[in-house]
Design a protein around this ligand. Structure first.
Ligand code: NAD
Length: 353
């Protein structure tokens, strides 16, 4: 891997290789862009097959965070950290050593909990640095605000796709009734939407059936239902060569991360089918908005106000995609890049003034 070549192509500002012997630690902190604010990105611990795979993951995910924060309209940049280790190698000392590296960046990078980290691990990191978010209990967790963002995204997609604000009577298929999916079902039910739901947990299915009168279907059936909207709220990679041909829904709007198995190929397949796809990192930004607000001092009203921006941002993205005949994914990247360039120009003008 040609490191500097790759980093220049992807536009990263800084990559930090963190190493220590006692405890034995190998971690990579990737700071993609700080034009809008400090780089925010959670820390993932994973037994990567190679160091190159770890670097690639950190680079790809940190760039994604830049786009996500820019689209969410919050003054934050994009970063990500990966610790190369097996979950059974986790210790308080390891996380404290890692926390020391985060502290050394003096606020240029702010982190939180991702794959294989528990709230307890995050508390270990916090012993060494204040630049950690998502450990506060004040907000009650990100799921309700994420679900509200997805609901607003559905409204934006309906407005753009059918030039309508009427939700009553629409049919929505929800895949996954976890923290976000169940909260989303509540919003949809309150607006007169007919729900079709699936999950691998029978208890969750029964609860949503009782609460919101949802029709329960088996996990394989969810893709081919004759519904208006499909809302993936469980797994990544579920929009692929097998599932896209089955879809009858006209809109895809859900919380799951990395829904497209391949961003370019499957984004294009959806566009060709005339489906309005809400880019996942735009519609599910409620979680990031929530941790950002925890960082600056949680104010529920302000956080919920910010999540309403998701509606306007998606309307803008759909407009760009239509005007330029590009996928909504490409349109959202364009919008994010424009916001970042404008922020840089403003900074330069302020310095010059
Ligand atoms: P969760 O773990 O609470 O819920 C996931 C649900 O999906 C579970 O009920 C699980 O049983 C179900 N599921 C698993 N495999 C399934 C399958 N094959 N078919 C149907 N259902 C299946 O997670 P969550 O917090 O509700 O998040 C849902 C998705 O949204 C995840 O992809 C997550 O990464 C993403 N996301 C969540 C947030 C948040 O604030 N929680 C923010 C951004 C993105």
């Amino acid at each position: 891997m040609l490191l500097f070549e790759t980093v220049r192509e992807m536009g990263h500002e800084q990559i930090l290789f963190c190493h220590g012997k006692n405890p034995d630690i190998k971690a990579i902190i990737a700071i993609h862009n700080t034009n809008l604010g400090p780089a925010m990105g959670a820390t993932r611990l994973f037994p990567y097959a190679s160091e190159e795979a770890a670097v690639k993951d950190a680079l790809r995910l940190s760039r994604g965070m830049t786009y996500k924060a820019a689209c969410a309209n919050i003054p934050a940049g994009g970063g990500k950290a990966v610790i190369i280790a097996n979950p059974d190698q986790k210790t308080d000392e390891l996380f404290r050593a890692y926390g020391g590296f985060v502290e050394g960046l003096n606020g240029r990078f702010i982190t939180g909990q991702d794959v294989n980290l528990t709230p307890e691990d995050v508390r270990s990191i916090r012993k060494e640095t204040k630049y950690v978010v998502g450990v506060s209990e004040k907000s009650g967790g990100p799921a309700p605000i994420t679900a509200l963002g997805v609901f607003l995204g559905i409204k934006a997609a309906v407005k753009s796709h059918w030039q309508s604000q009427e939700l009553q009577g629409l049919k929505v298929a929800v895949q996954g009734l976890g923290n976000v999916g169940k909260n989303l079902c509540r919003h949809l039910h309150e607006h007169g939407i007919k729900l079709y739901v699936t999950d691998v947990d029978p208890g969750k299915l029964e609860e949503v059936k009782q609460l919101f009168g949802a029709t329960v279907v088996n996990p394989k059936e969810i893709y081919s239902l004759d519904v208006d909207i499909f809302s993936p709220c469980a797994l990544g990679g579920i929009l692929n060569h097998e599932t896209i041909p089955l879809l009858k829904a006209q809109i895809i709007a859900g919380a799951a991360n990395n829904q497209l198995a391949d961003e370019q190929i499957h984004g294009q397949m959806l566009t060709q089918k005339g489906i309005t796809y809400c880019p996942d990192y735009v519609i599910n930004a409620g979680g990031l908005i929530n941790v950002y607000n925890e960082m600056i001092g949680y104010n529920e009203a302000k956080a919920f106000q910010q999540v309403h921006n998701i509606y306007d941002t998606l309307i803008e993205i759909f407009k760009i995609a239509k005007q330029q005949n590009i996928t909504t994914n490409d349109a959202s990247k364009q919008l994010a890049e424009n916001r970042i360039i404008n922020a840089k120009k403003t900074k330069i003008n302020e310095i010059a003034a």
